[in-house]
Design a protein. Structure first.
Ligand SMILES: [Zn+2]
Length: 248
């Protein structure tokens, strides 16, 4: 296989790899949009479950306290009766103390109940806000999932086709050179470099003059001493396209 043929085969492979890379980036972007929406919903699901559980605990505690108050109210009636029936001052004092203690216990429970009611209200509002947010995300996902999935399907198909095209083009590259190409590509992202003026077009470093001279003299494949990409000579672009903008 002649060197110019090898160069053509490598250029085709590099073009396919660039296209494949772009397709894979598109895929990961579409997937991350979808994953982002789904994980956002999952997080809100978790938050809702936790908030509802703590609401349930508060409701249960409140129910227990209400029951306590009911029992104590019955005890209060009992103590009042005792007070009304007491015959000595000692009995009256004891019944009075019992009444006061019970009243204090009832007040404490009622304080707790109203604090819990406030917390439960706040929690309920929080849950409603989270449910609204959750609903928005679910609607957003519902509206976009179809589009994203069909785009994903399209891009996946393109990537599959591109891979098949790549497999076919790899066959046109000598094994030894393909191995080197792959090794460099895995480290640098791209494996090919050209030179027209003595600098590597990939890393922009100057080539040793002798190397550049050899590259210019006949078609050969070398490696750039700086970036190690496979390098070869190409004719400079026609002046008309490069002359007007001489930027760095
Ligand atoms: Zn280089």
């Amino acid at each position: 296989m002649s060197i110019p043929d090898q160069i053509r085969a490598l250029e085709k492979l590099a073009r396919i790899d660039a296209e494949l890379k772009e397709l894979l980036e598109q895929l990961s972007q579409e997937r991350s949009t979808l994953d982002g929406l789904k994980s956002g919903i999952a997080k809100l699901d978790e938050k809702l479950a936790a908030d509802r559980a703590s609401m349930a605990t508060m409701d249960k505690t409140r129910g227990e306290l209400v029951q306590d108050v009911r029992n104590m109210t019955m005890q209060l009636d009992h103590s009042r009766e005792k007070l009304s029936r007491s015959r000595t001052e000692r009995e009256a004092n004891a019944a009075q103390r019992e009444l006061e203690e019970l009243r204090k216990l009832v007040r404490d429970r009622e304080d707790e109940i109203s604090k819990l009611a406030l917390s439960a209200d706040a929690a309920r509002q929080q849950i409603e806000a989270t449910e609204a947010e959750h609903g928005k995300l679910v609607a957003d996902l519902g509206a976009r999932e179809g589009d994203i999935s069909s785009r994903l399907g399209e891009v996946e198909k393109k990537a599959r086709d591109k891979r098949a095209e790549r497999d076919a083009s790899v066959k046109a590259v000598p094994t030894q050179i393909y191995r080197r190409y792959e090794m460099i590509r895995s480290k640098r992202g791209t494996a090919l470099a050209q030179t027209s003026d003595g600098t590597c077009k990939a890393c922009h470093m100057s080539l040793p003059p002798q190397l550049f001279h050899r590259l210019q003299r006949e078609p050969i494949l070398e490696q750039c001493p700086s970036c190690h990409r496979i390098i070869y000579f190409v004719l400079p672009e026609p002046a008309a396209t490069s002359a007007p903008s001489e930027r760095g």
